[in-house]
Write a protein that binds this ligand. Structure first.
Ligand code: FMN
Length: 325
């Protein structure tokens, strides 16, 4: 008899168990548990339901094109980076899983070796550069991403004050707030689509448009940035409305299932990022775990799309969603 594959909750449970066995009780950032914005996002996502249309079932297509690349699923790997509990092959293992699902992966802070090992798997790779105080370093990282064949590049503007480690802020001197004039120049000088990650206000979204960015990621950076920044899913619709189709809107923070992805898309995101879930899936079963999670989440999305009468991603509209307080 064929062995049944793990379900999404089983993937997470196995990942947590394996991490616990390895003596690790956090995923990201180092030494931190779930922050208030992540918990609030979870609660909000769980309050959203969809209106079914069960008659006359539709065939469902989950494919899309982002940054000129055709993807089979709108579930992507949000920016990740090597953590102390990972080895120097771990990111490539996750990228291998991503490559076989026809999705894309974003990598954050880290060197060229990690970037190259992900690119070598054949997965479409996006590089998210830190908001370094040293502008030369920002240009160096962007050029490195261009030369190695990334499909896009970006910056997590919300990390301007440093990195959270436990309750402390570290590396505050290494990063700095970015001025729009400087970013505009950087964006005009790269041939790659540029993404601004960490947008949570209409004001920043409109500035991203003015800067010439190709995309924004509405994101709380998980529990890795400000504890009480407004949850990404709560601000997503108004941010999406404010920018219209002037740029691509992506979202992350707290998404765990295909149904969560459906809700993110209904609130006008083009695609939805998983970071912590993919780390757990990798901890559960390496590259296969990452592949299984994306495939299971996409299968759940497909089923809900069929149940809601949505033949493709662009037909998942806000009007399908009903909030049950
Ligand atoms: C292991 C790990 C490493 C991360 N490293 C980065 C990084 O270097 N740059 C960045 O912009 N975001 C980084 N993030 C944040 C994610 O991109 C994402 O914004 C956040 O985790 C929320 O998504 P999640 O709830 O699915 O984890 C990291 C997340 C994880 C789990």
């Amino acid at each position: 008899m064929k062995e049944e594959s793990l379900t999404i909750p089983q993937i997470y449970a196995k990942g947590k168990e394996n991490m616990k066995k390895a003596g690790v009780d956090w995923v990201y950032p180092p030494g931190r548990k779930l922050g208030p914005s992540v918990k609030a996002n979870r609660k909000y996502l769980d309050s959203l339901f969809f209106e079914p249309k069960f008659f006359d079932p539709v065939d469902v297509d989950t494919s899309l094109t982002i940054f000129g690349v055709k993807l089979k699923t709108p579930v992507f790997c949000a920016a990740i980076t090597r953590q102390p509990y990972m080895s120097d092959t771990s990111l490539a293992e996750i990228a291998t899983g991503i490559a076989s699902t026809g999705s894309m992966i974003m990598l954050g802070i880290g060197g060229s070796a990690d970037l190259q090992s992900a690119i070598d798997t054949g997965a479409p790779v996006v590089k998210i550069v830190k908001p370094y105080r040293n502008t030369e370093l920002v240009y160096e990282k962007v050029r490195d991403a261009e030369q190695r064949g990334c499909i896009a590049v970006g910056m997590d503007i919300d990390h301007f004050y440093g990195l959270l480690k436990g309750d402390r802020v570290e590396m505050a001197g290494v990063f700095s707030p970015q001025r729009t004039e400087e970013l505009k120049q950087l964006i005009s000088q790269t041939k790659l689509p540029f993404i601004i990650k960490g947008v949570l206000s209409i004001s920043d979204a409109e500035k991203a448009v003015q800067l010439g960015a190709s995309a924004i990621i509405v994101s709380n950076h998980g529990s890795g940035s400000f504890d009480f920044s407004v949850p990404s899913m709560v601000v997503l619709p108004k941010i999406a409305d404010s920018v219209g189709n002037k740029l691509t809107v992506l979202v992350d923070t707290g998404f765990e299932t295909g149904n969560d992805v459906f809700k993110g898309l209904a609130f006008s995101a083009k695609a939805v990022g998983f970071a912590t879930p993919l780390i757990l899936a990798w901890a559960a079963d390496g590259a296969k775990g990452a592949e299984l999670l994306i495939n299971e989440a996409t299968a759940e999305l497909r089923r809900t799309m069929a149940g809601a009468g949505c033949p493709n991603l662009s037909t998942i509209k806000r009007s399908i969603i009903i909030q049950v307080p």
